[in-house]
Design a protein around this ligand. Structure first.
Ligand code: TXE
Length: 500
C-alpha cells in the first residue's frame, strides 16, 4: 500500500494524479523522524479541479437511490475491514500512536459505513400536518459538494465520521487531510472505487492549511465545511465560510474533566484516569486533561496514579507491547514542554514525568513522558488551556457544587466523565454540565449512532447519529393543493380571500 516508494498523488476523479504545484510534502515517522513517504502538495488549482470532479459526480450520486448508496457503503465497510491491518501499520507510522490503540480504533471504522449505509436506505421524510386541503411533505436532498478538513490525531476515524454521513446523504466531497497524515485518507480512494462509489464522489487534496485548506474553505462552490482542528482554526474557517453562507460544522478543542467522587474504588478510578488522560499520548480532543478528585480520596488516588503512570511503557509504537508512542511532531512536543514549564512557573507540583524519556530508542523521536501536575487550581493556565499532550492536572474538590463549577470553568465544553456509584448524583451532575458529551463511569466511548460534538468554544454541529446525516442534507418542502376548486385571488367578485 505504500506505493513502492513513489510519491502519492492527489486523489481526484477516481485516480491518483500529480499536484499542479509539482511539489510534494515529506511525511516523516515521528518515532525516529525517518522518511515515510512523499505526498503531492495541492493548492488552489487542485482544489478547483477536485471540486469540478465532485460537481460532475454529484449529478450521478445524488440521483442514486438511498438503498443503492447504502449497499455500496456496506461493501466499502467490508473492503475496509480487509485492509485494516495494513492501514493500521501506516496510521501508526504516520502519527506514532501505539499499535494496540490504533488496532482497536480502526477495527471499528466499518461500523460507520454500515450504520450510515443503513440510514441511507431507511431514512424517512416527514408529512407535517399542514391542514385543510393540502398535502405537505418534506424531502431531504443533498447539499452538493462538501469539504472535509481533518487533523492528524485520528486521521481515519475523524475522516470516516465525516465521509459516512455525507456520502449516505448523497453529497460528493473534497477532503483536505492534515499535512502530517495524508496517506491513509488517500488510500481510502481505492477502497471506495472497488466498492462501486462513482469516480469523483470522494476526492482528496493533501496540502497545507494556509493554501489548500484556505482554498477549500473559501470556495463559493462548497456547500458545507466540516472541520476538526484547533479552536483558532475553527474560528478562522467559520468566518471565511460565513462570507459565502457556507454551512459549517466544527469539532474543536477541549479540556475534558474526569470527575471522580469518593465512592469510586481507588484502583478503578486510577485505571479510568489513565485511560482518559494518556491514550493517543494525550493528543485527543476529549482527553481527560483535568482530573477532579473528591478531597477525601485525593491523596490515595494521586499516589496510585503516580505509581501506575511511571509504569506506562513508552516505546516503538509498532510494538504491540508499547503503551505510549511519541507525540506526532516536534511542534506538539514543544507545546507539551512549554506547558510543563508554565505549570512549574505557576507553582504546581510535578508529581510524575515532565521530561523526555532517556535512552537510545528515544533519541530521534518526539517522545515525552506521561506527566502529572498536582497542587493545581482551576484558574491556572495548565488547567484552562488545551495542551494536547500527555499531561494531566489533578484538582481536589469538596462538594458536588464545586465539582460542577470546576468542570464548567473553562471556555471549552466538549466532554466530561463522571465516576460514582450513586446513580441519582450521576444524572444530576450530568444535567448541569456544559458539555456536549458526558460519560458516566466511562470515558472516550464513541459509536456511529451517538451524537458527538461540543458546547461553547468546542465547536458547532454534531458528528454521528441521525443528526449528522440530517446536517448533511437540506430540506425541500413540497406543498400540494389537493383541491380542484377554482381559485382567483384577483377576481373582482367582492368575496373575502383566504390563504389557507
Ligand atoms: O491543528 P489545525 P494543528 C488542537 C490542538 C493542537 C492545535 C494545533 O490543541 O495543539 O489544535 O494543531 C487545517 N484554513 N487540535 O496545527 O491547524 C490543517 O491543515 C483551512 C485539536 O495540527 O487546526 C489541518 O488539516 N484549513 C483537534 C486541520 O485544519 C486550515 C485536532 C487541523 O489543523 C487552516 C487537531 C486554514 N486557515 C488539533 N489552518 C481536535 N479537535 O481533535 C489549518 N487548517
Amino acid at each position: 500500500m505504500m506505493n513502492d516508494g513513489r510519491p502519492f498523488g492527489l486523489y481526484i476523479d477516481g485516480r491518483f494524479q500529480p499536484a499542479s504545484t509539482g511539489r510534494t510534502i515529506r511525511i516523516e515517522n515521528p518515532k525516529d523522524r525517518s522518511h515515510l513517504a512523499d505526498v503531492a502538495e495541492g493548492d488552489e488549482t487542485d482544489i478547483d479541479l477536485a471540486i469540478d470532479a465532485a460537481e460532475r459526480a454529484g449529478k450521478i450520486w445524488a440521483a442514486t437511490p438511498g438503498a443503492v448508496r447504502g449497499d455500496i457503503m456496506h461493501r466499502a465497510g467490508e473492503l475496509l475491514a480487509k485492509e485494516l491491518p495494513d492501514l493500521v501499520t501506516i496510521e501508526v507510522d504516520q502519527i506514532g500512536r501505539a499499535r494496540r490503540e490504533m488496532t482497536a480504533q480502526l477495527g471499528r471504522l466499518p461500523e460507520w459505513f454500515r450504520y450510515f449505509g443503513a440510514v441511507a436506505r431507511t431514512h424517512e421524510d416527514t408529512v407535517p400536518p399542514f391542514g385543510g386541503k393540502f398535502l405537505n411533505y418534506t424531502r431531504r436532498v443533498p447539499l452538493g459538494v462538501v469539504g472535509h478538513v481533518t487533523p492528524w490525531n485520528h486521521p481515519l476515524l475523524i475522516l470516516t465520521k465525516k465521509i459516512a454521513p455525507s456520502m449516505a446523504a448523497g453529497n460528493t466531497m473534497v477532503v483536505k487531510p492534515s499535512e502530517l497524515a495524508p496517506i491513509t485518507p488517500l488510500l481510502l480512494g481505492d477502497i471506495f472505487k472497488e466498492a462501486g462509489v462513482p469516480d469523483g464522489v470522494y476526492n482528496v487534496v493533501p496540502g497545507y492549511g494556509a493554501t489548500a485548506g484556505k482554498a477549500l474553505t473559501s470556495s463559493k462552490r462548497i456547500k458545507k465545511i466540516d472541520l476538526t482542528g484547533g479552536t483558532e482554526t475553527g474560528k478562522m474557517v467559520a468566518s471565511i465560510a460565513g462570507a459565502n453562507l457556507t454551512k459549517v460544522a466544527a469539532e474543536l478543542g477541549g479540556k475534558a474533566a474526569v470527575i471522580m467522587f469518593d465512592d469510586t474504588p481507588i484502583e478503578r478510578g486510577v485505571a479510568a484516569a489513565l485511560f482518559a488522560s494518556f491514550i493517543a499520548t494525550g493528543q485527543t480532543c476529549v482527553q481527560g486533561a483535568r482530573l477532579l478528585v473528591q478531597r477525601s480520596v485525593h491523596d490515595a488516588v494521586v499516589a496510585e496514579l503516580v505509581r501506575r503512570t511511571n509504569m506506562i511503557r513508552i516505546g516503538n509504537p509498532q510494538d504491540m507491547a508499547t503503551q505510549m508512542g511519541p507525540l506526532v511532531s516536534a511542534r506538539q512536543r514543544e507545546l507539551t514542554e512549554r506547558y510543563v514549564k508554565i505549570g512549574l512557573e505557576e507553582g504546581a507540583t510535578l508529581a510524575a514525568g515532565g521530561k523526555r524519556p532517556n535512552g537510545k530508542l528515544f533519541e530521534n523521536g518526539y517522545y515525552h513522558q506521561p506527566t502529572i501536575f498536582t497542587n493545581v487550581t482551576g484558574s491556572m493556565r495548565i488547567a484552562q488551556e488545551e495542551i494536547f499532550g500527555p499531561v494531566v492536572v489533578v484538582i481536589p474538590f469538596d462538594t458536588e457544587e464545586e465539582a460542577i463549577a470546576l468542570s464548567n470553568g473553562t471556555e471549552f465544553g466538549l466532554a466530561t466523565s463522571i465516576w460514582t456509584r450513586d446513580v441519582t448524583r450521576a444524572h444530576r451532575v450530568a444535567h448541569r454540565l456544559e458539555s456536549g458529551i458526558v460519560w458516566i463511569n466511562d470515558h472516550h466511548r464513541i459509536d456511529p449512532c451517538s451524537p458527538w460534538g461540543g458546547f461553547k468554544m468546542s465547536g458547532i454541529g454534531r458528528e454521528n447519529g441521525l443528526i449528522a446525516y440530517e446536517e448533511y442534507t437540506q430540506i425541500q418542502n413540497v406543498i400540494v393543493n389537493l383541491s380542484d376548486e377554482p381559485f382567483d385571488w384577483y377576481a373582482d367578485d367582492g368575496q373575502e380571500k383566504r390563504y389557507s
